[in-house]
Design a protein around this ligand. Structure first.
Ligand SMILES: *Cc1c(COP(=O)(O)O)cnc(C)c1O
Length: 427
């Protein structure tokens, strides 16, 4: 028995499913999770000293690679001055200024501790600002696990085969309307029926919790227009796309400005951080200025801020990093696509910048319906083969691959090689 297997046996006794977040349990791909001991650059090492090229990157934060020196040093230095004060600190001002300077539509920002919290708070502010209750979300988009947003919520829920969650009272989701990603008419329908009651449309500008589905041209622009016509707010959930597609996230990348933006993952450099921000007149509704209550004992924690600031500062000062990263993505996923085409593999490659997904379907994926046509059994075999080759992919068909600046061409070629071997063996 490996150390990972032994740890998992212990873990399931005291932690539900042995993990603190469901996808880590490897349920949808069988087998037991690898317990990770350390990571550096694009490499992760498990408790049995197996080495993996990591394509999860903590689900996005590790855009510079694991254990980046500037980030780790900033954390160590900040720790020595105290871990938390529950009082205002200079480092929070620095973080807020940095975020406002990078994300085009954000004039004011509030720090929280996770993406879930960021979305929950942004939705509350949107409802407070508009005086309306209903929100529109898209099937297959994930916005954290708060009650009102656990409706057709993508990856974790998709592979578990459970449409929703127990424990969510129907009353909590009655104001959540579902629309189809990349289908403006489904949004328009809701607005026509009850436009005066809709506070906000929330969307992942690139859907990255049902694999990776980029917006078709005109989709985000269309949402902007519909929201303006009906006096609703547009919320971009940039927990994945923020600081990844461009320094200013998807809104900069696509040139569409939301009213509110939620951030997470990359913003903390690996520490638990989330944030929501937007236009001044909207954000001024948050307590203590306005009537929308939202708080957090550890929000803006100095150590977490230090990690985030160190990473964001590097990203801001090196816009060329984004060119490198996006070109790397174009090359990597482009090569993968070519492989699929040349070998007539029953797959689709979908990607935007450094985010990508290999779907096991012949259907072109552009929404939740088409993503769901994927053969998850085939993905399972692929995942396990790749893991055996030292390639750590997200353990679900419906999660993204995350490239980082630390992935080398050699590592990426390694992936093609293993991929090829896998498919040749199968055929
Ligand atoms: C991960 C994610 C969240 C939730 O963030 P947590 O930090 O896990 O609470 C919200 N929205 C999107 C788009 C995400 O990918």
């Amino acid at each position: 028995m490996t150390r990972s297997e032994r740890l998992f046996e212990e873990a399931v006794q005291v932690i539900p499913g042995g993990v603190n977040s469901p996808v880590r349990a490897f349920h949808s791909i069988g087998g037991t999770p690898r317990f990770i001991k350390r990571a550096k650059g694009a490499c992760m090492y498990d408790e049995d000293d197996n080495c993996y090229i990591d394509f999860v990157g903590s689900w996005g934060p590790m855009i510079l690679g694991h254990s980046h020196k500037a980030v780790v040093d900033a954390v160590i230095e900040t720790c020595q001055k105290g871990l938390s004060f529950g009082a205002a600190t200079a480092i929070e001002v620095q973080m807020a200024e940095l975020v406002c300077s990078m994300v085009p539509s954000i004039e004011m920002v509030r720090m929280v501790n996770s993406g879930t919290e960021a979305v929950m708070s942004a939705v509350r502010v949107a409802r407070g600002f508009t005086g309306r209750d209903k929100i529109i979300k898209f099937t297959g988009c994930y916005h954290g696990h708060s009650d009102g947003l656990l409706v057709q919520a993508g990856s974790g829920v998709m592979t578990a085969g459970v449409p929703d969650s127990l424990g969510v009272p129907a009353g909590y989701t009655k104001d959540t309307l579902s629309a189809e990603y990349n289908h403006l008419d489904s949004v328009e329908g809701h607005f026509r029926r009850c436009g005066e009651e809709i506070a906000a449309v929330i969307v992942e500008p690139v859907a990255a919790n049902m694999g990776v589905v980029p917006p078709i041209p005109g989709f985000l622009e269309g949402l902007r227009k519909l929201c303006d016509n009906y006096g609703a707010l547009l919320i971009f959930d940039e927990v994945i796309t923020g600081f990844r597609l461009a320094p200013g996230g998807a809104q900069e990348y696509y040139g569409v400005m939301p009213d509110l933006t939620t951030l997470g993952k990359i913003i903390g450099g690996g520490m638990p951080v989330g944030a929501y921000g937007g236009r001044r007149e909207i954000m001024e509704l948050a307590a203590p200025l306005g009537g929308v209550y939202q708080a957090g004992t550890l929000s803006g924690n100095p150590v977490a801020m230090a990690a985030g600031i160190a990473q964001l500062t590097l990203l801001k000062e090196h816009p060329e990093y984004y060119q490198v990263l996006n070109e790397k993505g174009d090359w990597f996923y482009g090569q993968m696509e070519e492989l699929v085409r040349k070998k007539h593999l029953p797959c689709q490659v979908s990607h935007e910048g450094s985010l990508g997904c290999l779907y096991f379907t012949r259907e072109k994926v552009m929404d939740y319906q088409s993503a769901k046509t994927s053969d998850t059994e085939a993905f399972k075999a692929y995942f396990n083969y790749m893991l055996g080759q030292g390639i750590y992919l997200a353990p679900s068909q419906f999660e993204a691959m995350f490239l980082s600046l630390a992935h080398t061409e050699e590592m990426l070629r390694n992936v093609f090689q293993s991929m090829l071997t896998f498919f040749l063996q199968k055929v």
